[in-house]
Design a protein around this ligand. Structure first.
Ligand SMILES: Cc1cc2nc3c(=O)[nH]c(=O)nc-3n(C[C@H](O)[C@H](O)[C@H](O)COP(=O)(O)OP(=O)(O)OC[C@H]3O[C@@H](n4cnc5c(N)ncnc54)[C@H](O)[C@@H]3O)c2cc1C
Ligand SMILES: NC(=O)c1ccc[n+]([C@@H]2O[C@H](COP(=O)([O-])OP(=O)(O)OC[C@H]3O[C@@H](n4cnc5c(N)ncnc54)[C@H](OP(=O)(O)O)[C@@H]3O)[C@@H](O)[C@H]2O)c1
Length: 469
């Protein structure tokens, strides 16, 4: 048989994960000239788009519209979507390597980093991953029950997910009702008793990971005033030196925004957002549920690499609260049969080529892209360049004849396998049916969509695809 990439022997690629990274990789591959490429994309959910559907905050509809780019990719005649197929339980490593020339893992980071402090798992202490997935209607999280009766909530972390969590707890009912927030979350959020949101940064204002528009939004909430203690924006000498030297434009602007916040007077809005810096949680305190959080003051010091790190001091304080949201980052999880770097929680790779840690050599035909390749940082657009890097290596390996040699690379063999393993898998037409029904449900209420959050509902809605055909 001739080399893959011809009409008789198309280059067969499996992409596991249909988030931005998977879709950018598919888009790049399907644009390749001089080769016939077929992309089969798998997702454990019946719905595509990864965190664009299940992460991006409901009050940011413009960001979600990036999915139009992915929709265009999905219209390519050589693209197939197989939703509701879990890599690990429905199909495994050997299934894919025996059906495809190339396997690309784009599974993102599916869980949360742990703080490692006492009380972290008390009821009332939530990982941002759980809260975000719940309000966005992820089927695995739709049954969580959030008791938002505490007057004060504490959000740990100074990244953009912390700003999302804070905003979602401070939006008005009208603001929430105009979004695609999951129906089960709408009333709970709208009726929340939370009046004060305390956001804790372990380092200073100059080191916050917020981007400028997200930080500015916290100062423009309809229902909440923002507070920063002027003493907190007084930069310590190492931070000042860093900011004036190598400090990024984003960091400089963040400090400017926070300085302006520190000069603000309360305007009497019903809620308060208090941004605090140089403090770390040391314990979440409570008898059977969260009752308070003990924090300590930090100071900054340079580590061996010259980076400014937080060091805890003995100066502690206890903040009474019934609710804690830990927004300190997402974390990748291992996939059966695929190497995993336990320290970085990524798939070990060299620019996207998966590396066997024992041989310290690339594994033929297997690649990674997105958060599972480089860790859980970067905005949606970051994954486009990242996917290009991985796809360039795939093409280099194709040119060198260094790909897998599957026994049954034809599409029929895959569909046969799926009919046997996962007869209720959801095709792209199935997702389009879900999408259509969700939009129809939203229309009378002026909402972009009303999501189906339960697996049974999603699978039922997907069946409409058969009616349209
Ligand atoms: C809460 C939150 C909000 C964000 N908001 C923004 C924003 O407003 N703007 C912005 O630019 N960036 C935002 N980001 C960042 C952006 O979402 C990420 O850069 C991007 O989603 C990472 O893409 P990915 O494809 O690597 O992972 P993901 O988007 O997580 O996609 C991974 C996909 O793999 C699937 N999958 C996982 N395991 C399996 C398996 N075993 N079998 C089959 N499928 C599997 C998942 O179901 C998912 O569909 C946000 C991130 C978070 C966490
Ligand atoms: N609107 C948007 O564009 C948007 C929205 C959401 C997410 N995103 C992107 O998605 C990515 C992930 O966002 P993220 O907020 O999850 O991660 P992030 O940007 O990496 O922020 C994580 C935050 O948690 C802090 N942290 C980590 N470990 C901690 C600990 N043990 N104790 C206290 N604090 C701790 C970090 O502080 P240190 O800096 O000190 O480590 C940092 O402030 C980012 O690239 C983000 O920009 C974008």
């Amino acid at each position: 048989m001739n080399a893959p990439g011809t009409p008789e022997n198309p280059l067969r690629v499996a992409i596991v994960g249909s988030g931005p990274a998977g879709f950018y990789a598919a888009g790049h591959l399907l644009k390749v000239k001089d080769h016939v490429v077929q992309v089969d994309m798998y997702d454990r959910l019946p719905t595509p788009w990864g965190l664009v559907r299940g992460g991006v905050a409901p009050d940011h509809p413009n960001i979600k519209s990036v999915s139009r780019v992915y929709e265009k990719t999905a219209q390519h005649p050589e693209f197939r979507f197989y939703g509701n197929v879990d890599f690990g339980s429905d199909v495994g490593h050997d299934d894919l390597t025996s059906h495809y020339h190339v396997v690309i893992y784009a599974v993102g980071a599916q869980t949360d980093k742990q703080m490692g402090i006492p009380g972290e798992d008390l009821p009332g202490s939530w990982a941002a991953t759980e809260f975000v997935a719940w309000y966005n209607g992820h089927p695995d999280y739709c049954d969580l029950e959030f008791d938002l009766s505490s007057e004060r909530a504490v959000v740990i972390g100074n990244g953009n997910v912390a700003t999302d969590v804070t905003r979602m707890l401070a939006l008005t009912r009208e603001e929430l009702a105009a979004t695609d927030v999951a129906d089960h979350a709408l009333d709970v959020l709208a009726e929340s008793g939370v009046r004060e949101l305390v956001v804790l940064g372990r380092r200073g204002p100059a080191q916050a990971a917020f981007t400028n528009p997200e930080l500015l939004e916290l100062g423009e909430m309809t229902d909440a005033d923002v507070f920063v203690d002027p003493a907190d924006v007084e930069l310590d000498p190492p931070s000042r030196e860093w900011l004036e030297g190598e400090g990024s434009m984003t960091a400089k602007k963040n400090v400017e925004i926070l300085t302006e916040y520190s000069a603000r007077k309360p305007t009497g809005k019903p809620r308060r957002i208090i941004l605090r810096f140089l403090v770390s949680p040391v314990e979440i305190v409570g008898d059977g549920k969260v009752e308070a959080i003990k924090i300590c003051r930090n100071e900054l010091h340079r580590d061996d690499s010259g980076a400014l790190r937080a060091r805890q001091t003995d100066d502690t304080e206890t903040i009474p609260t019934g609710l804690v949201f830990r927004s300190i980052g997402y974390k990748g999880v291992p996939l059966p049969g695929v190497p995993f770097d336990e320290r970085r929680c990524t798939i070990p790779n060299d620019r996207g080529r998966i590396v066997d840690p024992e041989r310290d050599a690339p594994i033929t035909g297997e690649y990674a892209v997105g958060w599972i390749k480089r860790g859980p940082t970067g905005i949606i657009g970051t994954n486009k360049k990242d996917a290009q890097e991985t796809v360039d290596l795939v093409l280099e390996d194709l040119a060198q004849g260094r790909l897998l040699e599957p026994q049954r690379p034809d599409r029929d063999a895959v569909e046969e396998l799926l009919r046997e393993r996962r007869p209720d898998h959801v095709t792209y037409a199935g997702w389009e049916a879900i999408d259509r029904r969700e939009r129809e449900r939203g229309e009378p209420h002026g909402r972009p969509r009303v999501k189906f959050a339960r697996m049974e509902e999603l699978l039922e809605a997907a069946k409409d695809a058969d009616l349209v055909k």
